[in-house]
Design a protein around this ligand. Structure first.
Ligand code: GLU
Length: 463
């Protein structure tokens, strides 16, 4: 049974777009194998918790349509799914490690630890705890009984080769001497990530640990824990971290990082997921646009490449535009009205869609382009004061138009431009500015037809 999971920490205002990518890969792998996709909230770092974060993360994952089977808000056979509610489980397991000699108590003072660090850095070495407390466990236990604060550390064996296979990266090897005696249980009784992740992945029967590359260096520590407990290893796959197009780490400055931002801007969830699917993976037929159901069918974890893929918002926008254009017109109209919280008159939205369908890339492009359909311009891209005379004539001419249709309007205006010896481009630009306020607008004749004769004439009465 394939069981995958993500373990987001509720320490930000929402799920990071990079974590949404990891979620997608976990989701697709579970789905492909008819397995289960689990969300476990990793709230062990109590100091970094952000209020409302957990709820927002779940909301966003739901909004993207990544269905999950077990989670804090879903129930499931291995609950609870929030680590802060599992403290007795970690306590029991860390005690087992102590009994087995794989972990030990440590009550070194902050000052002592800081000094070890200072000395190591001075000697240009990576700071590592010196196992000072390991040789004085009885003493430490006595001191703990008297109320002295303590932590529990992993007892990393010396000079041991740690090996594991990663589906994406192949065999990974590291010598244990490079590893620190990591804290497993903090003085507040909360486990650290390393202990909690291993205990929970095992107890929750996770078959595939699919997570971001940044956790690759933690995996050897986890392997030691699996070995100490005598548990079989899950399958590991460390997916690449998304990069900005200039290859720097995806940062707030260059790309918005919260996943819900993309929905707020009117990107379609399925377009974003389609784009994310292409990070480090390509469709066997090199297709760029495909449904999630197809992704499930053709995806294989081992085909993900270890290179850092560029998350390019321009490309995503293009893809989103393609998705919008493919929608049946009624869906498109529904999405627009819904996006603007049903505040725009539906009848006008319906009429405008054929004009802007080819142009907009995301739902939030609609209003800047179409606002003039709903209200008179309150500013003009070009000052029209020198065009007063012309506009008065245009108004008179348009007043005479009987059949208020785009073609007739266009022809009437073209004839007039010829007669008045005004260049076509200039003539229509003046008219466009008067009607829409903007230099760039949907096709003018059609727009004028939609606006109606009365409204257009009123808009020409600028002066
Ligand atoms: N809390 C970690 C994260 O934010 C989970 C890492 C893991 O999946 O093991 O990605």
């Amino acid at each position: 049974m394939v069981r995958t999971r993500i373990a987001p920490s509720p320490t930000g205002e929402d799920i990071h777009i990079g974590n949404l990518y990891t979620a997608l890969i976990n989701w697709v792998w579970a789905k492909k194998n008819k397995g289960k996709f689990i969300i476990r909230i990793e709230d062990t770092d109590q100091e970094r918790l952000v209020k409302g974060s957990q709820q927002k993360i779940l909301e966003t994952i739901n909004a993207f349509g990544l269905h999950y089977d077990e989670a804090p808000d879903r129930d499931g056979p291995y609950k609870p799914y929030r680590q802060s509610e599992r403290l007795p489980i970690y306590k029991k397991h860390v005690e087992e490690l102590i009994r087995k000699g794989a972990a030990y108590y440590c009550n070194c003072s902050k000052e002592r630890l800081a000094q070890i660090r200072r000395i190591a850095l001075k000697q240009k070495q990576i700071p590592k705890y010196d196992k000072h407390c390991l040789s004085r466990q009885e003493e430490v236990k006595e001191e703990i009984k008297k109320g002295k604060p303590f932590v529990i550390r992993l007892n990393v064996p010396e000079n041991k080769e740690i090996k594991f296979r990663d589906v994406i990266r192949g065999e990974v090897k590291i010598m244990s001497d490079n590893l620190d005696d990591q804290v497993l249980m903090k003085s507040d009784g909360f486990p650290t990530y390393h202990l909690a992740v291993v205990v929970d992945d095992y107890l929750m029967k996770i078959s595939h640990v699919i997570r971001a590359e940044e956790w690759l260096s933690s995996t050897p520590k986890h392997i030691l824990l699996y070995e100490a407990f005598g548990w079989p290893l899950p399958i590991f796959a460390h997916v690449p971290i998304l990069r900005n197009p200039d290859h720097s780490k995806l940062s707030k400055r260059k790309n918005p990082v919260w996943a819900s931002w993309y929905l707020e801007q009117g990107y379609l969830p399925e377009a974003v997921l389609n784009y994310l699917a292409l990070m480090g993976w390509s469709h066997p037929e090199q297709k760029e646009i495909f449904l999630m159901s197809e992704f499930v069918e053709v995806f294989d974890l081992k085909d993900i490449k270890a290179v850092g893929p560029a998350f390019d918002r321009v490309k995503l926008e293009w893809m989103n535009g393609e998705y919008l254009r493919k929608l049946p017109i009624s869906n498109f109209q529904f999405l627009i009205t819904n996006f603007y919280k049903n505040k725009l008159p539906k009848d006008i939205v319906i009429k405008t869609i054929p004009l802007i369908r080819e142009r907009i890339k995301k739902l939030s492009d609609y209003l800047p382009l179409c606002e003039f359909f709903f209200k008179k311009p309150d500013r003009y891209d070009i000052d029209l004061s020198s065009k007063k005379e012309l506009l008065v004539k245009v108004r008179k001419e348009l007043e005479r138009v009987k059949e208020w249709k785009a073609d007739t309007i266009g022809q009437t205006m073209q004839d007039m431009a010829n007669r008045e010896k005004v260049k076509t481009g200039e003539f229509f630009m003046t008219l466009r500015i008067a009607i829409t306020g903007k230099k760039i607008s949907p096709p003018l004749n059609e727009s004028m037809e939609i606006l109606g004769k009365e409204e257009c004439l009123a808009r020409l009465d600028i002066f």
